[in-house]
Design a protein around this ligand. Structure first.
Ligand code: AMP
Ligand code: MG
Length: 318
């Protein structure tokens, strides 16, 4: 699994390097993944530094694992008391709950109890019993969150309910960082937050960016197709990103909130293309859970573009 990310980063750099021999890349490990920015026209070092310090700040706010992140505080106070948060995190949670409704709960930021139970991607990953899954499922219901706009507070009404913004955080961060770069005069750049891409402008001579879509085959990596885009986010959800294997069966990290098990739709991966990176991230997760048929309806209703890869290796472009 760890082999796949470097391949993706390499591919992306190869694909984009064709555009110009004047690109400047900086990479750091943040948000639990390799994050890179490539700018096509020399930018001041201050822009790179500002980029990564904003990313670090977002990581420390959104991640549930940092001891003092706002999300951690909300989870720690679940069933105890409301937590007053920053305007930024309040708006993000509000947006996440709206997207939960829009996707009929397929994207659900309250899946924290499930992510904890399965612990996929950690050393404690295991397949829980059906009873354990049934016992936490009701805690993922949106009725367990109370958002008070006046107080700017967030309250999880059950001690077992936990927020997990893992399916939207990188998309949101890419939106914030794209605005930051544009405000600093960057007209041509690629942000890559562990495969969660945001393209700014076009390549140097006005050509579109060519982004490789990762082959979900964990053995081989590489890419199965490409998309040509400008000024937009390209976000993919796939079972290959994090998983555990037990008794020869693969259990991945994207849950169907209706069953509590890793989703079993007909999709191997779902890519959403939209200038709204937050929307693209939430939708990529939701569509992956819903599958090609219901996913198509959601995509068309939201007016975004998408590329879906089905388990019969059919490529659906919407
Ligand atoms: P992504 O790679 O954007 O699809 O996000 C996957 C991550 O989001 C997982 O690692 C979990 O932390 C969390 N997650 C899993 N299933 C869901 C779901 N159905 N809705 C929202 N978040 C989820
Ligand atoms: Mg997502």
């Amino acid at each position: 699994m760890r082999r796949v990310l470097p391949v993706l980063l390499l591919l992306l750099s190869l694909l984009t390097a064709c555009s110009s021999n004047e690109s400047y890349t900086d990479t750091r490990y943040l948000m639990g993944t390799q994050c890179a920015i490539t700018v096509y026209k020399r930018a001041d070092q201050k822009v790179f530094d500002g980029f990564f310090s904003r990313l670090e700040e977002l990581d420390h706010t959104i991640s549930r694992t940092y001891a003092h992140s706002e999300i951690h505080e909300i989870n720690e106070n679940a069933g105890i008391e409301p937590v007053v948060v920053s305007a930024e995190i309040f708006s993000l949670i509000q947006r996440a709950m709206e997207l939960c409704e829009l996707t009929g709960g397929a994207f659900n930021p309250l899946v924290g109890a499930l992510t904890d139970l399965w612990a996929i991607g950690t050393d404690e990953a295991r397949v829980p019993s059906a009873e354990e899954i049934a016992s936490v499922l009701s805690y993922t219901s949106p009725e367990h969150i109370v958002l008070d706009e006046e107080e700017m507070s967030v309250y999880l009404t059950s001690p077992h309910t936990h927020l997990d913004l893992g399916a939207i955080g990188k998309g949101y961060a890419s939106d914030v960082l794209a605005s930051y770069l544009r405000a600093n005069g960057v007209e041509s750049a690629i942000i890559n937050l562990g495969g969660n891409i945001y393209c700014i402008g076009t390549k140097r001579h006005g050509e579109k960016w060519v982004i490789g879509l990762q082959n979900p085959d964990t053995e081989y990596g590489g890419y199965y197709s490409t998309v040509e885009v400008e000024d937009t986010a390209v976000v993919t959800s796939g079972a290959y990103e994090r998983y555990t294997v037990e008794d020869g069966r693969v259990y991945h990290h994207i849950f169907d909130p209706e069953t509590g098990y890793p989703s079993e739709s007909d999709l191997l991966s779902a890519t959403i293309i939209s200038p709204d990176g937050t929307l693209a991230d939430a939708l990529s997760t939701a569509v992956f859970v819903l599958g090609s048929e219901q996913g198509r309806e959601l995509i068309e209703g939201c007016g975004v573009e998408a590329v879906l890869l089905t388990d019969s290796l059919e490529i659906i472009r919407l």
